[in-house]
Design a protein. Sequence first.
Length: 202
Amino acid sequence: MAALSVDTLIHPVDTLITRIQSPNFSTQYKSASGAFRRSLFRNLYQGFGPTLVAGLPASAGFWAVYEKLKTSSERAKERGQLRGVPLPLLHAASSAAGELVSCAIMSPAEVLKQNAQVQQQQQQGAASPRGNQTMAVLRKFITRPTKLWTGYPMMVASYLPGVSITMTLYEYIKEGLLSSQGGQAQQSVSTLFGIAGLSAGI
């Protein structure tokens, strides 16, 4: 839910960035005088549907894989099977595997979102109803669905390092705080939020 809330807040900014970086920016969103056209600031929540639909499954997929691999690797280490592997490396590998699954779920949504964000000008004067940009984009990929994963390698390369570092710091800080409390297993919601925020900020 936290990730979805953030996506909801930053989506208009993301739409503006996508449109400005579009190859057709100078012809679609700027006038001959160089001023921004109003179309640049219209329908800033275009393409949010795919993010909304894929966000929760992607997050669930990440945590399911991460927790499973983390628990299995920690138990294996306790049995002496991974004696020479540092615990932070196991946490990083677990989070990397989880992020691979998450990106596989989110990649199609990102492709649909970014195409829908710049779809407005292409549909002006067309018969398709206004506000149906995402469905119009989706129809383009019906005959070539594998194209929805075109950006998967770049998405993984972009997110995986940061997620691995964040989760490694999260586990390290959490373990340190629990150890300072005498090894008590009590973990309040506020404590976990604080750890997560600190590790993400670092």
